[in-house]
Design a protein around this ligand. Structure first.
Ligand SMILES: Cc1cc2nc3c(=O)[nH]c(=O)nc-3n(C[C@H](O)[C@H](O)[C@H](O)COP(=O)(O)OP(=O)(O)OC[C@H]3O[C@@H](n4cnc5c(N)ncnc54)[C@H](O)[C@@H]3O)c2cc1C
Length: 461
């Protein structure tokens, strides 16, 4: 290779879950020099701001808790929700590696993993979300991965150094990536690489791309990081890469307006109810994933609703960083009567009282077939909720090894993508997201791509 400022074997663009995992797995080959270019750790990555909930089917954590699950069952649940049968090969590939990397995070990196038996989510036929003990969220996951990267001799983590474009050539009608341009200390540098891994997440913070691909999300509360500007997806499109599911995004229906915090999505599954500004229920709370719920709440007259829950649910729901943040922000309060609650939210008192009197709190967390706790008991807790967008889920089309495909069907040589930069497994809209899909695509593709490169894939790329 010529015309480069310097050369590495593997250049990773983006230092979130996907990029860190890809680097760690590729660097298991001590002969490879890996560089991770990160736009800004100060701005942060979505992995860091996530709940760090890892969906995996068939782990030893589940077996120890008596939960019968498998990668196949996990894949079947995702495909039933995403309504995207064409995604089946990558859904299966990701679900196959998920239990392996969850156990590896615990056993090799010392990440404190537990199975969230109290984390029921729509569409998940068994408890499948793994979390850190103490529920500190994604910040702890990123700390675990970064610590491992720091101790790897053959990985350079280069912060405040955004990728600004791909270097490629066309020979015999085929496009081949030969490196990446980065902005190092304000200077454009040409880095030669045998493989480039695009792990720069999606375009949730790019208003132009959002308006083009996800018009429904325009104007919704944005709960992701500023760095998600769709850079990698745009470069791929520029090279002729195919894109898919560009209208897909991870929405949220339990964002507290005015605070920007979120309520624990387990609340509806514990028996919480949603009422509209008319004081009436408008949805089967348990039948919706929180992403789809966002679309339903967006359709309410004011784009808002009130979530109501009781002390028993609250005690369980507080076991999450989301609820602790909401509590610290003063995002919810307690109310001693229907009249007090109606007054606080300007709801019609009579309608609200009737709704509460008719409601029975059924929890599917303690008992999947539904445990009827009967009527709600005061004091009740309540908060306004609205819809938001956390991350986009569509992007560059990849095969089951994470190789980016050209619009003509063939691979773009030496180019890989995962996480929010790839086409995702959540179907074409906000309705196909199942809890855990985001980090599954990020860590799963990071694992697959890194293993492929360490296992001789560089020669084949
Ligand atoms: C609030 C919130 C909660 C969530 N909760 C969960 C959850 O519990 N479970 C789950 O599975 N998913 C969850 N998600 C989704 C999940 O966080 C994302 O899908 C996942 O983190 C994406 O990982 P990634 O590695 O692709 O991107 P990121 O983790 O965002 O990392 C991308 C990195 O690329 C960097 N970057 C961007 N552009 C460039 C560039 N040009 N050059 C260099 N670097 C660049 C960014 O700075 C960033 O560090 C949540 C998302 C949000 C926002």
């Amino acid at each position: 290779m010529t015309g480069f400022d310097y050369e590495v074997d593997v250049a990773v663009v983006g230092g979130g879950a996907c990029g860190l995992m890809a680097a760690l797995r590729a660097a298991r080959d001590p002969g490879l020099v890996v560089a991770v270019y990160e736009k800004s750790t100060k701005e942060g990555c979505n992995t860091q701001f996530s709940s760090g909930s890892l969906a995996a089917g068939g782990t030893r954590f589940q077996r120890e808790a008596g939960i019968d699950d498998s990668p196949e069952r996990h894949a079947a649940d995702i495909l039933a929700v995403n309504r995207d049968p064409d995604s089946a090969p990558i859904v299966h590939a990701l679900c196959r590696v998920a239990p392996r990397y969850v156990e590896w995070l615990a056993d090799e990196l010392g990440h404190p993993v537990e199975i969230g038996v109290d984390m029921a989510r729509s569409g998940q036929s068994v408890p499948r979300l793994h979390t850190d003990t103490g529920r500190a969220g994604g910040g702890r996951l990123v700390a675990t991965l970064r610590k491992a990267v720091e101790s790897a001799d053959n990985i350079a983590f280069v912060d405040n150094t955004p990728g600004v474009g791909l270097i490629a050539e066309t020979a015999g009608g085929r496009v081949r990536v030969t490196g990446v341009e980065v902005l190092e200390n304000g200077e454009r540098r040409r880095v030669g690489a045998k493989a480039v891994v695009l792990a720069a997440d999606g375009f949730g913070n790019n208003p132009t791309m959002l308006a083009e691909y996800c018009p429904q999300a325009v104007g919704a509360f944005y709960g992701g990081v500023s760095t998600s500007t769709g850079d990698a997806i745009s470069w791929g499109i520029g090279l002729g890469a195919a894109v898919r599911n560009m209208g897909a995004y991870l929405g949220h229906g339990l964002v507290v307006p005015g605070h920007g915090t979120r309520l624990n999505p387990v609340l509806p599954f514990l028996g919480a109810l949603l009422v509209g500004v008319d004081g009436r229920r408008f949805v089967d709370e348990k039948a919706q994933g929180y992403s789809k719920l966002g679309r339903i709440i967006a359709g309410q007259p004011t784009g808002r609703a009130v979530l109501i829950w009781d002390e028993r649910m609250h005690e369980i729901a507080m076991n999450s960083e989301l609820m602790r943040e909401s509590a610290a922000a003063g995002a919810f309060a307690r109310y001693g009567s229907a009249a007090e609650l109606a007054a606080a939210f300007s709801l019609p008192e009579q309608a609200l009282a009737e709704t509460l009197a008719a409601f029975r709190a059924v929890s599917v967390v303690e008992d999947p077939s539904g445990f009827d706790h009967g009527p709600l008991e005061f004091p009740l807790l309540a908060a306004w909720v609205t819809h938001g967008i956390l991350t986009t889920q569509g992007g560059l089309v990849v095969d089951t090894t994470g190789r980016v495909r050209h619009r003509d069907g063939g691979p773009i040589a030496n180019l890989y993508a995962g996480g929010g930069s790839a086409c995702g497994i959540s179907g074409p809209s906000a309705e196909g997201y199942m809890s855990g899909n985001g980090l599954l695509s990020a860590l799963g593709f990071g694992w697959i791509i890194g293993d492929h490169l360490a296992g001789g894939g560089l020669k084949a790329a």
